[in-house]
Write a protein of this length. Structure first.
Ligand code: 6GU
Length: 291
């Protein structure tokens, strides 16, 4: 997988050379390139922003600078698109026909992800352009799974009050699979941290990235019945006077499984009732329903 990140603070991404992603880079699983948006400016001040049209506080990132950069990274020739609606929501209609030809089933030939849990969500364009944006749909595990099947991801990090809204709409009209995502209901100063979060969620799903692929399948927020996980304990079974639940030391694996499943259901209902609402009821057993 090739990952291009564009930011006015590209140094921020040097941390990606550490950690598991650094290991994946040296193994050749992923290549991460961080670019400075100012490299595509032509004025002496390397300015990337301007005042908002219509007035108001803050600055907005200029579309022309982004376009010079993104045309180059996406291999597109500059072209006017006067028919683009500057107010259309990105996620309203599907990407245009030319992007459908861009679909690449062979993006991950030795794919090891469980096909049942990812059915219908592994179809993704060869190249995806992603803008972190606090005013966009939430980035979920489903998006991470889908994007892990692309060959090329391009992230455009906005700063200040954001980027000119015509930029993502323009590239969508050019046939690119364009996404905008928020990582949660809170405000960050720019997209850099959000991109790091999304990248970690996506790249850990790449075949060969994790030592033990099973640990991916069992975690929270995966599969059609996304539940919070049961609590975990290790030895000693009594520590500072606190003993782990007896069922876990009973040796009865059936009982342990039922105990953990009940705890997962109860914790999810308590902490994240919204996830219970979204549960696929057909995937619930009789015993689950009792809980
Ligand atoms: Cl994607 N960007 C910024 N600036 N703030 C955020 C966010 C993104 N997601 C949540 N807050």
């Amino acid at each position: 997988m090739l990952i291009d990140i564009v930011s006015v603070f590209p140094e921020y991404f040097s941390v990606l050379d550490l950690s598991l992603l650094g290991k994946a880079q040296s193994k050749g699983l992923v290549e991460v390139r961080a670019h400075n948006l100012r490299d595509w400016t032509h004025d002496v001040h390397h300015s990337v922003d301007d005042t908002p049209v219509g007035g108001g506080a803050g600055m907005v990132m200029k579309p022309a600078v982004w376009a010079e950069c993104l045309d180059e990274l996406l291999g597109l020739e500059p072209q006017d698109m006067p028919q683009v609606d500057p107010t259309a929501e990105l996620w309203d209609e599907p990407v245009q026909d030319s992007a459908a030809e861009n679909l690449d089933d062979a993006a991950n030939p030795d794919d090891t992800v469980d096909s049942a849990s990812t059915a219908g969500i592994t179809d993704v364009a060869d190249t995806v352009l992603i803008f972190p944006n606090p005013s966009a749909p939430l980035f979920t595990q489903r998006d991470a799974t889908q994007l892990s099947h692309a060959r090329h991801l391009v992230f455009g990090c906005g700063r200040y009050e954001g980027y000119d809204a015509r930029v993502p709409r323009y590239y969508k009209a050019r046939g690119v699979d364009v996404r905008e995502y928020s990582i949660g209901d809170y405000v960050l100063n720019g997209g850099e941290v959000a991109v790091s979060v999304m990248l970690e969620a996506i790249t850990r799903l790449l075949p060969g990235f994790m030592g033990n692929p099973e640990s991916i399948v069992e975690e929270s927020y995966t599969g059609s019945n996304a539940l919070l996980e049961h609590l975990q304990y290790t030895r000693p079974t009594t520590w500072r006077g606190i003993t782990v639940p007896a069922v876990l030391t009973s040796g009865d694996h059936g009982k342990v499984d039922r105990y953990r499943r009940d705890q997962a259901l109860a914790r999810t209902a308590d902490i994240r009732p919204d996830l219970i609402e979204k549960l696929d009821c057909a995937a619930l057993s009789k015993a689950d329903r009792k809980t």
